[in-house]
Design a protein around this ligand. Sequence first.
Ligand code: NDP
Length: 240
Amino acid sequence: MEKKLVVITGASSGFGMELAKEFANSGHPLLLLARRLDKMEALNLPNTLCKSVDVANKDAFEKAIREAEAIYGKTDLLINNAGVMLLGDLATQDPQEWKQMLDINVLGVMNGMQAVMGDMKDRQTGTIINVSSIAGVLPFHNHAAYCASKYAVRGVTQTARLELSPYNVRIISVEPGAVATELLSHTTSEDIKEGYKEWMKSSGANRIQAIDVARTIKFAYDLPQSVLLRELIISDTKQN
Ligand code: NDP
């Protein structure tokens, strides 16, 4: 069967990079988006267009999707995976960090959704997968603004399902637990970063890998179009 276009945001590291490799292995043409073009191009995947795009820039995001569709055909799967995690104490955190997370983690996801939803509804097929977090399900210390962004991703996903399901379009939210990637590195408080690393080590919840998350996401996509895994919560067995 002909493999269709998969768009993956945040493909320059972590989950997105593993997703790109998994879908390329299955023969899908790809559009990979992130700000660091060199990291995506270094993957050297076949039938792949890589674009340096900030997902918060709606026009650039849409333009890249239209460009890829002109080459590979319509988007069958969009994985809104790009995100940042800037942990901080709500009482003292720089509000610019809140804004950055809401712009990228929430509006970036909605930008992607709007870029593909119309076509998917017209064609009565397609899948959107939004990467939220276990921090979109449960509260964690120093996660207030990050939790706000990830609860929002779940909210927008579940609400969009009401709009999309009559058109046979699937929308799924994914809530991964803690996985060692570059995600923590952007938090500006060294104390919080150290505390997080210590918690991962002492809890033993540090065995799950980005590839495990990527394979679980692909499993959900590979189910028949008539089967919707609405939400996926995936974590290390030892994470509570
Ligand atoms: P990484 O930091 O390894 O990857 C994040 C990716 O997002 C990078 O490719 C980064 O690329 C991209 N990105 C960040 N900002 C932008 C932007 N403005 N425009 C385009 N791309 C952007 O983290 P993970 O792989 O761990 O995270 C992937 C997703 O999973 C995120 O949404 C994260 O919140 C979520 N998640 C992660 C968990 C974890 O423990 N690792 C747990 C739960 C959820 P670049 O910098 O090149 O733009």
